[in-house]
Structures are given as C-alpha cells and as structure tokens.
Design a protein around this ligand. Structure first.
Ligand code: ADP
Ligand code: ADP
Length: 235
C-alpha cells in the first residue's frame, strides 16, 4: 500500500534570489519499504526529507500520507500528525544531556500528553531500550555513552509513538564504519519486526546500497530510482 506520495513537489527558497531546491518531484513510497536517498551536497536531499516529514512546506505540489492530503493541514494539525505518525533520527542525535537514557526515550510522550508518562508508556520505552540494545545504560546520561549507543537511544526515542514512518538524516554520519553497520542492522531489524518504513539520507554508499530502494537526487530532481527488493528477498 502507498504510504507517502509526492506529486509535482517543488520547493523554492528565498524571495529575491530564488533557489529551486526541488523541481517537480514525483515519488511514491510503499508501506514497509526501506529506502535510501543519495546525492551530492546541495542536491536537495534534506529538503526532500524535511518536506516528507512535514517539517517544511513545499512551494507547490501535493503530499499524501496513506492517501490523505496533508500538505493542506494547518500548523497545529501537522504537529499532531507528526507526533502520531512519524519518527525522526538525525546525524547529531539531539539527546538532552541532563536527562537519562530512559527520560530521553520518553521525550515524545511529554510532547504528546503534556503530563507525566503513564506506566504503559514507560514500559514501552523500556522495551524499545531493550530492542536497540542499550538496556545496560537505562539510567546513564548521554555523555556516558558511545556514539553508537547514543544513536541507538535516538532511534528508540523515534519509535516511542509507534510511527509508521521514520525519517533519518545521515543516521550514521558521525560513526565509524563498524558502528555504522551496527546501526544499519538495527534499522533493518526494526523495519522487519515492526514493519516500520524507513527513509534514510546518507553519504555512505555502502549503507545506501543495502536499502530495498535507492533514489539519487541531482539538482532537485530524481535522476535514479533503483529497486533492490528482489535481492533483499533472496537473502
Ligand atoms: P542536501 O541535503 O542534498 O545537501 P539541501 O536540501 O540542503 O541539499 O539543499 C538544496 C538546495 O537548497 C541547496 O542549493 C541549498 O543551498 C538550498 N537551501 C537549503 N536550505 C535552504 C534555506 N533554508 N534557505 C535557502 N536555501 C536553502
Ligand atoms: P555500538 O557498536 O554499540 O553501536 P560504537 O561502535 O559506537 O557502539 O562504540 C564505539 C566504541 O566505544 C566501542 O569500542 C565501545 O566499546 C566503546 N564504548 C562503549 N561504551 C562506551 C562509553 N560509555 N564511553 C565511551 N566509549 C564506549
């Protein structure tokens, strides 16, 4: 089934001097897909990810999520939509240094409920901490963790509200190749076990090539869209 569909999405920045970051992008992403986006610096990858994540609005075009037009929602409705459906992972994990691992994973619950997380949510957070493999660090602060462990915590946090789609911008950008492989394997495990759809922007061709589908962007246009699905299914 279709999860995200972009029709003629265009994004221009600036008023006087305009930069066309995306030029009539058409793209459909299916539920359960694991997709990577590659392209040179400045090609439009982050802009595309931000628009699919509703963090930024297109200048023109339509964005559909499970068939609903979400590009027309107002800011409050969009924030609500994001909280209920999307997870985000960034290159720099954006963990809060004064909070423990468990508290960091619970951040989305505070945003949603604006009150103390329930026992059910705390159990869910603990399950996710086990899933990502940092259960021996539950009460530690981020600066007591390795880079890979911090990214694992950020991944657990992105999953708290059970999103159907996780958008990741250079999730392994700050890690050495072993840690990158481990993070990739973790995302794959989540993709298989929770059927979470992943869209990852990456410079790492080794990681990008392992995705079900690889999209290359150049000057705001999709110049390549390669499916590795059959290969993935054989494994
Ligand atoms: P990538 O993620 O592939 O490096 P970006 O999406 O960040 O590419 O940028 C695409 C183009 O849009 C670039 O020319 C960049 O300079 C421009 N751009 C990105 N963000 C802004 C912004 N906030 N204001 C103006 N121009 C921007
Ligand atoms: P992972 O493989 O779990 O994702 P990394 O590969 O990023 O973690 O770990 C990088 C290195 O940091 C490893 O050799 C790991 O043993 C070490 N390390 C583990 N825990 C800590 C810590 N609390 N502080 C500093 N380094 C750590």
């Amino acid at each position: 089934d279709s999860l995200v569909k972009l029709s003629n999405i265009t994004k221009e920045y600036g008023t006087k001097i305009k930069t066309k970051a995306l030029d009539k992008i058409n793209l459909e992403i299916l539920e359960g897909e694991f997709l990577s986006i590659i392209g040179q610096s400045g090609s439009g990858k982050s802009t595309l990810l931000n628009i699919m994540g509703t963090l930024d609005r297109p200048t023109d075009g339509e964005l559909l999520f499970k068939g609903s037009k979400i590009s027309r929602l107002n800011d409050d409705a969009l924030a609500n939509f994001r909280n209920n459906n999307l997870g985000f992972v960034f290159q720099f994990h954006h963990l809060l240094p004064e909070l423990s691992v468990l508290e960091n994973v619970l951040i989305p619950a505070w945003i949603t409920f604006e009150k103390k997380p329930t026992a059910t949510i705390i159990d869910r957070a603990k399950e996710l901490i086990v899933l990502v493999g940092v259960e021996n660090r539950v009460n530690n602060k981020p600066n007591e963790l390795s880079g890979g462990q911090r990214q694992r915590v950020a991944i657990a946090r992105s999953l708290l509200n059970n999103p159907s789609l996780v958008l990741a911008d250079e999730p392994t950008g700050n890690l050495d190749s072993d840690a990158s492989d481990n993070i990739y394997e973790l995302l794959r495990t989540i993709n298989k076990e929770l059927n979470t759809t992943f869209i990852i922007v990456t410079h790492d061709m080794h990681i990008a090539a392992k995705a079900d589908r690889v999209i290359e962007i150049k000057d705001g246009e999709i110049v390549r869209d390669v499916s590795n699905r059959s290969k993935a299914e054989e494994e």
